[in-house]
Design a protein around this ligand. Structure first.
Ligand code: ACO
Length: 457
């Protein structure tokens, strides 16, 4: 077998909850000033699940949908990796649950298990899958990367930055969306910015301010590493290099600030260019002393306003409508970008991606959109209905009901035996849902379309 060329994304599928709460209504319900969540955080709606959905059901839904839409056979998949921080079993992987879909087709020879580090697990799963396709272990089949999470916070300032969703990406050679080789840059260190030490709760412990500082620190370091590696290959990287720049999105405002931060990085590297004439007073600032410097933040946000509109805002559409999905977040940015343009407009684009997971693990990498019109069109066409689903097919739930649903999840987290109470008829057709948990904590799922998934999983 020859060295596989153009390894990348051949198919991509994204799911999100059918229920959402409106962030303007949530501001009023929480008693915060009008505009805090919508303008201050940049969020419009937040998707959430009842007790009918858990991480296993969401990942089953997204995998089954990708298989059906792209008519892939389970036997064509040789590696399946799941990235998640939503843990329902400390030992058994979500991947092992997904094997029930494969088992029905008699498929058991599938490598890979789960990867966890906050919102970064999906990226780690992706990197493992790319490595497998490029390795001596590759047997010619596809890798399937799944990332999913239910992002819920305790009552308080972090709650409006929740969300939920799952994505699946089919990885293989000769793809229309190709991962650039040899230029990934990572930044990993120990931090207690966001973590989940309470095994009886879905909620994290969060140091909000520290989490923003860690995110921006990771961004500075990944960008610097990416630029250095590209420099060694003879390419100068600055904001002009990319056609689109995507970021892990805890909330949209942080992403707008992050793009401005990359401009600050460019300026500090090369301050004497005429385009930076207004910034001479910032010439000697040190990046690690500027995380919360309002003057610098505002100056570079103003400077990058147009760049943000053209290169980053299109990637925020789904995040603005659903919220932080954790591990799928950066890939939900990719989906938003793909549905914002035609395949012709996307062809030849260079897309920069910054993936961040608290704790912390982060990477910057890039995708080149190849001139592969049929394959690209197929991906874009399959994703296009997302806009109509998000805008018109979801159910708006009052903040009171939202709060009660989260309370129910909280009270019954890890309870066994348990009969979920959420209304099945409110799910999107084709959604897998939790039917029951027995006294041995074994979960049973059904699919909302009359199809019953047999057995305990
Ligand atoms: N109109 C417009 N803007 C407003 C209003 C208003 N009425 N009220 C407040 N704001 C602005 C604030 O000025 C602030 O903007 P700024 O950051 O530009 O100053 C923004 O709204 C948020 O207000 P804060 O008071 O800073 O919010 P708070 O501290 O209560 O919570 C936080 C924000 C820390 C992000 C919280 O939601 C949280 O902890 N979330 C989870 C952690 C997180 O997402 N971290 C990000 C990286 S780690 C990860 O991905 C999980």
């Amino acid at each position: 077998m020859s060295w596989p060329e153009n390894v990348g994304i051949l198919a991509i599928e994204l799911i999100f909850p059918s229920l959402y709460v409106d962030q303007t209504e949530l501001e009023a319900f929480d008693g915060v000033s009008a505009g805090k969540y919508t303008v201050g955080l940049g969020q419009s709606r937040m998707g959430f699940c009842t007790d009918r959905e858990d991480i296993n059901s969401m990942c089953m839904t997204v995998v089954q949908r990708l298989i059906e839409k792209y008519e892939v056979k389970f036997s064509e998949i040789g590696r399946l990796e799941v990235g998640t921080e939503t843990i329902v079993d400390k030992s058994k992987s979500v991947k092992s649950v997904l094997m029930e879909l494969f088992e029905k087709e008699g498929c058991f020879d599938v490598e890979g298990v789960d990867t966890t580090n906050a919102c970064y697990g999906g990226t780690s799963a992706l990197f493992n899958s790319i490595s497998w396709v490029e390795s001596s272990a590759w047997d010619g089949r596809y890798a399937l990367v799944v990332a999913g999470d239910i992002a819920v916070y305790a009552k308080g300032s972090a709650r409006p930055t929740g969300g939920a969703g799952a994505m699946a990406m089919l990885i293989g050679p000769n793809a229309p969306l190709v991962f650039d080789r040899g230029i990934r840059a990572s930044y990993m260190r120990h931090a207690y910015d966001f973590y989940k030490p309470d095994f009886c709760s879905e909620y994290p412990k969060v140091d909000g301010k520290l989490s923003i500082q860690c995110y921006l620190d990771a961004l500075d370091n990944c960008y610097s590493g990416y630029c250095k590696k590209m420099g060694l290959k003879g390419n100068e990287v600055n904001l002009d290099y990319f056609d689109a720049i995507l970021f892990h999105t805890p909330y949209c405002k942080l992403v707008q600030k992050s793009l401005a931060r990359l401009a600050l990085n460019d300026f500090i590297k090369n301050p004497d260019q005429s385009k930076y004439n207004d910034f001479s007073q910032f010439k000697d600032v040190k990046l690690n002393e500027t995380y919360f410097n309002r003057e610098i933040e505002q100056s570079f946000m103003t400077y990058t306003k147009q760049i943000f509109e053209s290169k980053t805002k299109p990637s925020l559409y789904i995040a603005n409508q659903v919220g932080n999905m954790y591990t799928p977040s950066i890939y939900c940015g990719l989906v938003s970008l793909l549905i914002s343009k035609t395949p012709e407009e996307l062809s030849g684009n260079k897309i920069g991606l910054f993936s961040y997971g608290s704790g912390l693990a982060s990477s910057m990498f890039s995708i080149t959109v190849k001139n592969n019109p049929d394959a690209l069109k197929r991906i874009v066409d399959n994703l296009k209905p997302i806009r109509d689903t998000l805008d018109n097919k979801r159910i708006c739930v009052s903040p009171e009901k939202f709060s009660a649903i989260l309370q129910l999840r909280e009270e019954n987290c890890h309870k066994a035996p348990y009969e979920p109470q959420g209304d099945i008829s409110q799910l999107f057709e084709g959604t897998f849902y939790l039917d029951r948990i027995d006294d041995m904590h074994r979960r049973t799922y059904k699919r909302f379309s009359g199809q019953i998934l047999n057995g305990n999983v």
